[in-house]
Design a protein around this ligand. Structure first.
Ligand SMILES: *Cc1c(COP(=O)(O)O)cnc(C)c1O
Length: 451
């Protein structure tokens, strides 16, 4: 009766899996001003060349540098668990496995990409990274990674989360980063938003504008993004590569693969190796499911269209599922899932039917997290709880149909800094925001016109 399935350190992946090699050509990212495909030169003011190369690489596998592997080895390979006590509680014939990314120093999957990003920037002679953060997970991951490579770090943190999660800010401080509540009055983008609405809760889209502007206006500074982009999804594939090995050790292959979706990176990480098997036809039947909040339902209710990644329209136009770049989602407690768009690769795979998406309200998500904590012990992040909820629903479906499916989900992070959110849940203060149809309709009407 194995509960924890562990890979020895030597079996940590030596290469990332690049799913672009197995997909039809993607729609190119477009320059926000000219509408023409972006060139490496367009991106070089804010990204190091190696990451620009990885963004469009055609190689199926890309080597993980030794210095990056040495740091990843502080917590990788991460454990894969069989959730036997949860299965028993649900009386399901399904087998539930979860990959646990809460073991990293910052407590989530995000250091998997923060470390290589800091490394490639250090190699390129950059001295400071600017970034945004929602719930504070990405900001703390990048603070940790930059510290290990001797870089400075400035984090624009969405104001609503800055107030809800003060200890995330403290973590960034411990790791030597500067953390500011966004919108700030330090950037043009921030000042503009504050003028329009001084009480704004902020959003990831606004914070991205601030960080990009900071990087673009300082030559020693680059920008770093914790999700959405192809190179971020690439770095996260260590999760799925390890999980596939670990499942093979117990002679399993998943029928269902589940991950929560903010910008799509942890879902990409757990699912791309399995999606690759599906595309290549070796495992055509895998059900690959992204889970998002009903209050910010980009994959389930958005449009597959070109849009900016930020509010001010400074980023390249990406073809993705979007709710409109100036959509400000309700201040739900899964702050890391409040993004208007999604990874272009995940979007394309959903559009092409390789993956699908579902959405849930926050109270049912916290109930699932409670069930998980009371059976498996771990108190998960509100973001991860969306994946827990979908896995539980899938297992209950199996109880009805009698199918003994193998369900794999990514447990993207711990909830140790999310106790104020659990507290709001227990006080009955969590609002199940209806899908904000009218707001989304308005913001979709303001999508940029492309060719
Ligand atoms: C940031 C975050 C997410 C959402 O981001 P993705 O890029 O969609 O993975 C999910 N879970 C946790 C714990 C996070 O910190």
């Amino acid at each position: 009766m194995q509960t924890k399935i562990l890979l020895p350190e030597e079996q940590m992946p030596k290469r990332w899996y690049n799913i672009l090699a197995d997909m039809p050509p993607m729609d190119p990212a477009l320059h926000p001003k000219t509408g023409k495909p972006v060139t490496p030169e367009d991106l070089s003011p804010i990204f190091p060349m190696e990451l620009i190369r990885q963004e469009v690489a055609a190689d199926r596998f890309i080597d993980i540098p030794e210095e990056v592997r040495e740091i990843l080895a502080l917590w990788r390979p991460s454990p894969l668990f069989r959730a036997r006590r949860l299965e028993k509680h649900l009386k399901t014939p399904a087998k539930i496995f979860y990959k646990w990314e809460g073991v990293s120093p910052a407590g989530s999957h995000k250091p998997n990409t923060a470390v290589p990003q800091a490394y490639y920037n250090m190699k390129a002679g950059i001295e400071r990274l600017a970034t945004e953060t929602g719930a504070g997970q990405w900001g703390s991951a990048l603070a940790f990674a930059t510290q290990l490579f001797g870089l400075e770090c400035t984090v624009y943190m969405v104001r609503s989360s800055y107030a809800q999660k003060p200890y995330r800010k403290s973590m960034m401080q411990v790791w030597g980063a500067e953390c500011l509540p966004s919108p700030t009055d330090r950037t043009n983008s921030g000042r503009q938003v504050l003028q329009g609405d001084p009480e704004t809760p902020g959003s990831l889209g606004i914070a991205i504008s601030e960080a990009v502007e900071d990087a673009a206006t300082h030559s020693n500074t680059n920008y770093s993004l914790g999700s959405v982009l192809n190179h971020v999804c690439l770095h996260q594939t260590v999760i799925g590569l390890e999980a596939r090995e670990q499942l093979a050790m117990v002679e399993e292959y998943p029928d269902v693969v589940i991950g929560c979706v903010g910008g799509g990176s942890n879902f990409a990480g757990i699912s791309f190796p399995f999606a690759g098997d599906k595309i290549k036809g070796t495992k055509p039947g895998t059900d690959i499911v992204g889970v998002e909040p009903s209050a910010c339902p980009s994959l389930t209710k958005g449009l597959f269209a070109y849009d900016y990644g930020d509010v001010a329209g400074l980023t390249p136009l990406l073809k993705m599922f979007t709710l409109g770049h100036d959509f400000v989602p309700p201040a739900i407690h899964a702050g890391g899932l409040r993004y208007h768009g999604d990874s272009p690769i995940v979007s394309r795979l959903v559009h092409d039917g390789v993956m699908r998406a579902v959405s849930y309200y926050q109270n049912e998500v916290f109930e699932a997290a409670q069930t998980f904590a009371r059976t498996e012990g771990l108190i998960v992040a509100p973001e991860s709880a969306h994946a827990v909820k979908a896995a539980i629903d899938m297992a209950l479906e199996c109880r009805k149909t009698g199918e003994a499916k193998t369900i794999l989900f990514n447990n993207s992070g711990h909830g140790d800094f999310d106790m104020s959110s659990y507290d709001a849940f227990y006080q009955g203060k969590l609002v199940d925001y209806e899908y904000p149809a009218e707001l989304i309709r308005q913001s979709l009407a303001r999508l940029p016109k492309v060719g």
